[in-house]
Design a protein around this ligand. Sequence first.
Ligand SMILES: NC(=O)c1ccc[n+]([C@@H]2O[C@H](COP(=O)([O-])OP(=O)(O)OC[C@H]3O[C@@H](n4cnc5c(N)ncnc54)[C@H](OP(=O)(O)O)[C@@H]3O)[C@@H](O)[C@H]2O)c1
Length: 251
Amino acid sequence: MSTPFAPDARNDAPLDGRVVVVPGGTGNVGEGIVRAFLGAGATVVVPGRSRERLDELAELIGPRLGDRLVRLPAGYGTFEESTELAERIVADHGRVDHVVPSIGGWWMGKTLWQTDESDWQQHFVETTTSHFAVARAFVPRLDAAGSYTLIAGFAAREPYPRAGVISMHAAAVLMMREALSADLRGQRRVNNLLLGPIVNRSRPNGDPSWLTADQVGEAAVAVTLAPSVQDESVRLGTVEELDRELARIRA
Ligand SMILES: NC(=O)c1ccc[n+]([C@@H]2O[C@H](COP(=O)([O-])OP(=O)(O)OC[C@H]3O[C@@H](n4cnc5c(N)ncnc54)[C@H](OP(=O)(O)O)[C@@H]3O)[C@@H](O)[C@H]2O)c1
């Protein structure tokens, strides 16, 4: 069994001095990602559209790790906003080492033909645009040894009834990652985690085989630390898969 957080048995702050940006860090999965990177010693910058949600995240993280959490009230939903955000973080911190976007959540309840224009706008256009805007702003500014690890769900590969728009969004984001890999040709490490259902603060109970948000964070840190993981989609549907992948990645 994996432990809740164990980045590297030889060094408990392997990301000391590194700057990690987590767009969507205020979210259910993002919280675990933020906690794991703080636990690994990084400075973690979380941009967010709402000051309230940023403050709620700081409370959830607590004071022990919170001194390296940078709450940045700023949007990244347009190309302009994302570029301004990336420029500001580089100006403030001098570098961006790793970016782990965990943007947009779950939605269901309508067939594709019932989906109206405002659903489409909210659950496809806005979330997909945010992912793209973040990628085009941050990838060219990543440190030479940096990485980009985006978070996606199984819906990208498996259509769920009455959640088709979410599947279409997730599939677009996964293909964006593959296209980034094709464009970069090894110049930066770009990967994605492909998640099943996650136990998190909004859904504290679930099947025992499901990962928790903290375990997603553990996997994201492991991918970030492993130079050999490049242009991969790391499938993490169950704790058993997580254990197998962590053993492979850390070998
Ligand atoms: N939860 C699960 O069980 C699960 C399972 C598999 C995959 N995933 C994946 O994990 C990622 C995060 O999911 P989550 O459950 O953490 O979602 P969440 O709780 O809704 O958080 C999503 C975050 O995305 C940010 N965001 C920025 N622009 C957005 C927009 N236009 N619409 C909605 N959110 C926007 C929000 O930040 P601000 O509001 O602070 O700006 C929010 O904190 C997604 O890629 C999802 O597909 C989740």
